[in-house]
Design a protein around this ligand. Structure first.
Ligand SMILES: Cc1cc2nc3c(=O)[nH]c(=O)nc-3n(C[C@H](O)[C@H](O)[C@H](O)COP(=O)(O)O)c2cc1C
Length: 327
């Protein structure tokens, strides 16, 4: 079966469906929410600054909080100082994470000055970083890259080969350039090129919005695993839909009642765990999640103007009370 299992050294990823790291989204609550729905074999933290970690800042500590039920779990770090990144990787290992991942994709201006996709323009420095991190930890070490800085500087294959030679054990490829941001399409042919250049597992990422896209990605690139980013908050069922689709050729689509129950259960988790910035997280999630919902714009508007978690819940309840009656 497609994407049935992938092993990153001794860590089994089963199925080989991976939740992409997303800053501001993939916190412990969201990760568990996805995991409980089924079909997701590996989750990752949002990226954490190695400098912040060494300063022990509160944000980094919060980003690195996880529960046993989240395993297997990868922590993603970013930075540009080889020694600091090695120290941060050691901290990740000490915290008990299964895998440490280096971010080579972030396009944000303030990040590229000190890591992220900025490192794709300084391969000698990147090689030193790979070697330092590799020497610092025993747990599997992976990386996630963009294809390059710009169309004139595509380095995915070069970086993948270098990573493999330095002992990196899997590579996720989001085949957009830094210059592209999130515009245009992800050029899957670059994933195929990386796959034929290295022996380590290659995880394909970019523009997989439904199970059929994951199938096309596998056929077109031969990649070993699929990583889902933006589709996860808009359709959290996508992981188990992929499992169902690969096994049977079709998959169940959620009803309005399923959607109601799902948004309710995520919000309940946020409230129960007293997540910092819960109201903001609820609004953000409503923005993504309500796109497939009938009259979703109305729900988004109503949630956006709420002042408290209680008010958000009330508005969601009111909206679906009407919605479900009309069915
Ligand atoms: C809001 C947001 C935050 C992101 N944060 C991270 C991050 O912390 N680390 C990372 O490697 N990629 C990050 N990404 C990129 C995603 O992991 C993924 O590579 C990208 O969204 C393409 O996949 P998709 O088409 O499935 O969304 C982020 C993307 C979004 C939309």
């Amino acid at each position: 079966m497609m994407f049935e299992e992938l092993r990153i050294r001794h860590v089994p990823i089963r199925p080989a469906h991976i939740l992409a790291p997303m800053a501001g989204i993939t916190d412990t609550v969201f990760r568990r929410f996805i995991k409980h729905l089924g079909g997701c074999g590996l989750i990752m933290t949002e990226f954490v600054s190695s400098e912040g970690m060494l300063r022990q800042n509160i944000k980094s500590r919060r980003f690195l909080y996880y529960l046993e039920e989240e395993r297997p779990i990868t922590a993603q770090i970013f930075g540009s100082d080889p020694n600091h990144l090695a120290d941060a990787a050691r901290m990740i290992e000490d915290l008990g994470f299964d895998i440490v991942d280096l971010n080579l994709g972030c396009p944000a201006k303030k990040v590229v000055k000190c890591g992220g996709s900025g490192l794709l323009r300084d391969l000698p420095l990147l090689e030193r970083i790979f070697k330092k991190i590799r020497a610092a930890v025993c747990i599997p070490f992976t990386t996630k890259i963009r294809s390059g800085w710009s169309d004139e500087e595509i380095v995915a294959v070069t970086v993948a080969r270098m990573a493999e030679e330095c002992g990196v054990e899997a590579i996720a490829v989001h085949p957009r350039t830094r210059a592209q941001g999130y515009s245009g399409r992800a050029k899957w042919e670059i994933i195929a090129q990386v796959k034929s250049a290295v022996r380590i597992p290659v995880i394909g990422n970019g523009d997989v919005m439904k199970p059929e896209d994951a199938e096309a990605l596998a056929v077109e690139t031969g990649c070993d695993g699929v990583m889902i980013g933006r589709a996860a908050p808009s359709n959290p069922w996508i992981f188990r839909q992929m499992t169902e689709y690969f096994a049977t050729g079709s998959y169940a689509r959620p009803s309005e009642a399923d959607r109601y129950e799902l948004i309710r259960s995520y919000y309940a988790m946020l409230v129960e765990e007293d997540t910092p910035g819960s109201v903001g997280k609820m609004k953000q999630f409503a923005g993504w999640f309500t796109h497939g919902v009938r009259n979703g714009a109305e729900l988004r508007r109503s949630v956006q103007s709420a002042q408290s978690t209680h008010e958000v819940l009330e508005r969601v309840d009111d909206f679906f009370a009407v919605q479900l009656q009309q069915q």
